[in-house]
Ligand binder design. Structure first.
Ligand code: PLP
Length: 354
C-alpha cells in the first residue's frame, strides 16, 4: 500500500510514527498484555498518559503554572458555549468577538444565548476574504474572542490586538504551527483533529485566576474549574484521542518543537502560494497579506479546466483537496505532519496543467 498525499482539512494527516505507535497500543499497551482501550482510565499507566499529555502542552507553549491544561469532549463547538458560561458575567454580561469566518460566526451564535455579543471586527460582508484589524476591545467587555485561523476561507491572524480585557482564542486549525507569545492569551482552545491528534478530544488551556468570577451557575460538565479539580477526569476521558495527541506532541517536541515546525510550514506555504501567484490558472480567495500558512484555499480562474485538474491530482495520489462545501474550489491543508514533498507533488500537477 502506498500512502496518499493527504491534504485533508480535518481529521487530517498525523505523523506516520503516531499511527504506528497508537496501533501498537491498541493491541498491547506498555507491554501490559492489555489494550489501551480495555484498561481503566484511572490505572497508573493511563494516568501517566494524561499527566504527560497535559504537561507537554505547557512545555511546547512555554506557559507557567498559572495555566491549566484540559482535555475535554464535545469538540471546539462545545467551547463556543463553555467560554461564555465561564467568562460572561451573569445578568448583563457582554463580550467582544471578531467575525472572521464560519467558525467565528458559530462562536458568536452560541455566546449570544448567554449575554450581549458585540462584533468589533468583521469581514463577513466581503465573504471573509481578509482579517479585520482596526478595532478595540476595552474593559467594558468581560472578554474578547478571536479565531486565529480561518480554516475554510484560508485567512490567518498574523498578529493579535492588545485588548483591555480577557483574551480568548479558538486556535483549532493552527495551534502548534507557529511560535508566538502564548501568555498573551487567557484562554486557548482547539479541537485536536486539525493539527494535534485524532477527532474526539478538545484541548483547553486556561489561566486559572480568570475563573469563578461571573456569578453564574455553571452546569457541571461546562465548568472549567471542576475539570481542573478532577485533572481532566471528571468523566471518562476519550483515552485513545488523548493518547494519540500525546504521541503527536512528543513527535513535535522531538523534532525541534514549534519553531522548527513553523519553519517547515513556512516553506510549504511559500512553495504553494508561489505557484498560485505565477500560474495564471489559479488564484486564492483572500487578500495576500492575510493568507493562512495552514489552509490554502484557492480556485481555478478557468472553470473549464476543472475536470482535467481533478483527474490529474487524483492520479498523482493526492487526497482531500476539494474545498469546503460552503465555498467550493480547492483547499490544501498544510498541517504540521504534511511533508514538503507532498506540496511539491501538488505544485508539479498545477504546473503541468498550465
Ligand atoms: C474545525 C473547527 C472548529 C470545529 O471543531 P469541532 O471540534 O468539530 O467542533 C472550530 N473552530 C475552528 C477554527 C475550526 O477549524
Amino acid at each position: 500500500m502506498s500512502k496518499k498525499h493527504n491534504f485533508s482539512a480535518g481529521p487530517c494527516i498525523l505523523p506516520q510514527e503516531v499511527f504506528q505507535k497508537s496501533a501498537e497500543a491498541i493491541l498491547d499497551f506498555n507491554g501490559m498484555g492489555l489494550s489501551l482501550l480495555e484498561i481503566s482510565h484511572r490505572s497508573k499507566d493511563f494516568v501517566a498518559v494524561m499527566d504527560e499529555a497535559r504537561a507537554i502542552v505547557k512545555r511546547l507553549l512555554k506557559l507557567g503554572d498559572d495555566y491549566e491544561v484540559l482535555y475535554l469532549g464535545g469538540g471546539a463547538s462545545l467551547q463556543f458555549l463553555m467560554v461564555p458560561f465561564n467568562l460572561m458575567k451573569a445578568g448583563n454580561g457582554k463580550a467582544a468577538y471578531t467575525d472572521t469566518g464560519t467558525w467565528a460566526a458559530n462562536a458568536i451564535k452560541e455566546a449570544s444565548s448567554l449575554g450581549t455579543v458585540e462584533v468589533v471586527g468583521s469581514s463577513r460582508s466581503e465573504n471573509y476574504s481578509f482579517i479585520p484589524k482596526d478595532y478595540q476591545a476595552g474593559s467594558e467587555y468581560d472578554y474578547f474572542h478571536c479565531t486565529s485561523n480561518n480554516t475554510i476561507y484560508g485567512t490567518q491572524m498574523k498578529s493579535f490586538p492588545k485588548v483591555d480585557t480577557l483574551m480568548v482564542c479558538d486556535m483549532s486549525s493552527d495551534i502548534f504551527s507557529r511560535e508566538m507569545d502564548f501568555s498573551q492569551f487567557d484562554l486557548i482552545y482547539a479541537g485536536a483533529q486539525k493539527n494535534m491528534g485524532p477527532a474526539g478530544v478538545t484541548l483547553v488551556v486556561v489561566k486559572k485566576e480568570i475563573l469563578g468570577k461571573t456569578g453564574r451557575h455553571i452546569p457541571s460538565y461546562l465548568d472549567y474549574a471542576l475539570h481542573i479539580a478532577k485533572e481532566s477526569m471528571f468523566n471518562t476521558p476519550p483515552v485513545f484521542p488523548v493518547y494519540a495527541s500525546m504521541l503527536t506532541l512528543q513527535h513535535l517536541e522531538n523534532n525541534g518543537g514549534i519553531a522548527a515546525a513553523e519553519a517547515r510550514n513556512e516553506a510549504k506555504a511559500a512553495l504553494l502560494y508561489g505557484e498560485i501567484d505565477q500560474n495564471p490558472l489559479f488564484e486564492t480567495f483572500c487578500v495576500k497579506e492575510d493568507r493562512s500558512l495552514m489552509n490554502v484555499s484557492f480556485k481555478l480562474t478557468d472553470e473549464s479546466r476543472k475536470e482535467a485538474f481533478d483527474k490529474a491530482w487524483k492520479e498523482a495520489g493526492i487526497n482531500g483537496l476539494n474545498g469546503h462545501r460552503s465555498l467550493g474550489g480547492y483547499r490544501a491543508s498544510l498541517y504540521n505532519a504534511l511533508p514538503l514533498e507532498s506540496v511539491q507533488v501538488l505544485v508539479d500537477v498545477m504546473k503541468s496543467l498550465a
